[in-house]
Write a protein that binds this ligand. Structure first.
Ligand code: ADP
Ligand code: MG
Length: 238
């Protein structure tokens, strides 16, 4: 089944046309990576999918449902940001549980999901700490945990590792790949990092100035880039 379908999606801010006729399909369980230069519209595209911004035109379908007018909390999506966006006054456990409590989930479900996610992410010893008492990598794992507990069909990651140092980036990348296998959810992942793109993606989407320049598997794009721009992004010689 198709997890996400974008048809002729456009987004303008006033007179600035940021997303231009985006057509894209994400299959269930697929790991899709968006790459492209700063300002090309990657974050805006994630925000439009999540419902944090309205599309100016076009159709967004998640599963079988057109979601253009569906509020973010009802889209079955969880988003993880570069900046973590944790609540400083809440413990790790309460940061992870907050979304579920707001959804009105019973205590037993909240407890069970938080326990399971914190085991998956090696956070079980940190549940009573506050964000200020954690390392950057641990904070990002809490942000990922907060997404996992909601059991979304589709995860959106906006450059989640770009605040981490190189070693931690590699560890966390491996963890995200393992999570993708465990959860068998669809994931869309924005990155600047060519290695992240090549190692994580089933499918890479290259964006340039608000348009999709090329879509393909890492090897397809590496061996057969449509142009120098794509080649430049993926490090192939042509
Ligand atoms: P990326 O994530 O690829 O770096 P963004 O999606 O953040 O790019 O931004 C794409 C373009 O849209 C940029 O020119 C940015 O200035 C513009 N933009 C993003 N959000 C807004 C907004 N809320 N209002 C006006 N312009 C915006
Ligand atoms: Mg961005």
């Amino acid at each position: 089944m198709t997890a996400l379908k974008l048809e002729n999606v456009n987004k303008s801010f006033g007179s600035v046309h940021v997303l231009k006729d985006i057509n894209l399909t994400v299959e269930e369980g697929e790991f899709v990576v968006f790459v492209g230069p700063s300002g090309c519209g990657k974050s805006t595209l994630l925000r439009v999918i999540a419902g944090l911004e309205d599309a100016t035109s076009g159709t967004i379908t998640i599963g079988n449902e057109v979601v253009n007018t569906v509020p973010p909390a009802k889209r079955g999506i969880a988003m993880v940001f570069q900046s973590y966006a944790l609540y400083p006054h809440l413990t790790v456990k309460d940061n992870m549980a907050l979304g579920l409590k707001q959804e009105g989930q019973p205590k037993s479900i909240v407890q069970e999901r938080v326990t399971s996610a914190s085991r998956m992410l090696d956070l079980d010893q940190y549940l009573t700490r506050r964000p200020a008492e954690l390392s950057g990598g641990q904070r990002q794992r809490v942000a990922i945990g907060r997404a996992i507990v909601r059991d979304p069909k589709l995860f959106l990651f906006d450059e989640p590792l770009s605040n981490l140092d190189a070693a931690l980036r590699m560890n966390t990348r491996v963890e995200i790949a393992a999570l993708h296998r465990t959860l068998s959810a669809s994931m869309i992942y924005v990155t600047h990092d060519q290695i992240e793109a090549m190692t994580l993606a089933d499918k890479i989407v290259v964006l340039r100035d608000g348009r999709i320049e090329q879509v393909g598997s890492p090897m397809e794009l590496y061996n057969n880039p449509a142009n120098r721009f794509v080649a430049g992004f993926l490090g192939s010689p042509s």
